[in-house]
Design a protein around this ligand. Structure first.
Ligand SMILES: [Zn+2]
Length: 273
């Protein structure tokens, strides 16, 4: 999840249109509707409170949707080989079960490209619906081409989903942007919990560096940045809620700093990692 700028370019025109027209060229076996508590507001002020996911196939009990630029069946097989998809579907199901979620529907949406531009390399999203009976894992880059183990991305996304599933965070439309600072704090909680359970995760130092870089970009004064980093260390592995993180962000001056346009720096804080 990136910052608001990213969300607007995502919501604008062409990207969405491509996805819709391309998806429809593959056989659609089912349409899955996800309703959200927090809608996405488009550039034109349209309130989007649900998404329709076109399911192209089922593998190992998981509904799979392909959002491709090249839509032929042959391309599908070379981009997402069946064996790889079976394995991904199975791993997804077992991680979701390990996270103590029992959705009626589990869906994977695979993109072979990223429609977001700018500094973020979006890896995925994990919306759940308002009724908390469906988990959708979106892979914005082909996980089968990852240089590193895609299981780490799956664990990460499933933890975001778990926090939503258990109502610590609302069911938000996947295009709704979490603030960058909020994401940075949330990640400390997620990766610390994964570490405690001995599951794949980003390391504490890496996440703390990410936080320090963000506080620098937000222009926090040195004293405030040190205080914020001390809080980040405490957040490692602690279960959090949206409300508790908002409160933390307010008390550290992050909310206010986040509203000012950030200085241009190196691309940091890939919110969806
Ligand atoms: Zn994330």
């Amino acid at each position: 999840m990136g910052r608001a700028r990213g969300c607007q370019s995502w919501g604008r025109g062409t990207g969405r249109a491509i996805i819709v027209s391309v998806e429809s060229l593959l056989k659609v076996i089912e349409k899955l509707r996800l309703d959200y508590e927090v809608p996405f507001i488009s550039d034109r002020g349209k309130v989007l409170d649900h998404t329709i996911v076109r399911i192209n196939e089922r593998r190992r009990g998981v509904a799979i949707s392909y959002a491709l630029l090249a839509p032929s069946e042959q391309d599908l097989e070379s981009l997402f080989p069946r064996e790889g998809m079976d394995c991904l579907a199975e791993t997804t199901r077992s991680i979701i079960a390990d996270c103590a979620m029992a959705p009626r529907n589990t869906a994977l949406q695979m993109w072979d490209y990223s429609v977001t531009r700018g500094p973020y390399s979006l890896e995925g999203r994990a919306p759940v619906n308002r009724q908390r009976d469906t988990v959708l894992i979106i892979f914005a880059k082909s996980p089968l081409a990852y240089k590193f183990n895609y299981e780490m991305v799956l664990w990460h996304q499933c933890m975001h989903a778990k926090d939503r599933w258990e109502h610590r965070f609302p069911a938000a439309h996947p295009q709704v942007q979490t603030g960058e600072w909020l994401d940075v704090l949330w990640h400390l909680s997620i990766d610390g919990r994964l570490e405690a359970r001995n599951r794949p995760h980003y390391h504490r130092e890496e996440r703390l560096e990410e936080a320090a870089a963000l506080f620098g970009r937000l222009g926090l004064p040195a004293g405030a940045a040190d205080r914020a980093l001390a809080v980040c260390r405490e957040l490692w592995g602690r279960e959090v809620t949206l409300d508790s993180l908002m409160e933390t962000g307010r008390s550290l001056g992050l909310e206010e700093a986040g509203r000012r346009p950030a200085s241009k720096g190196p691309a940091g804080g890939d919110g969806s990692r």
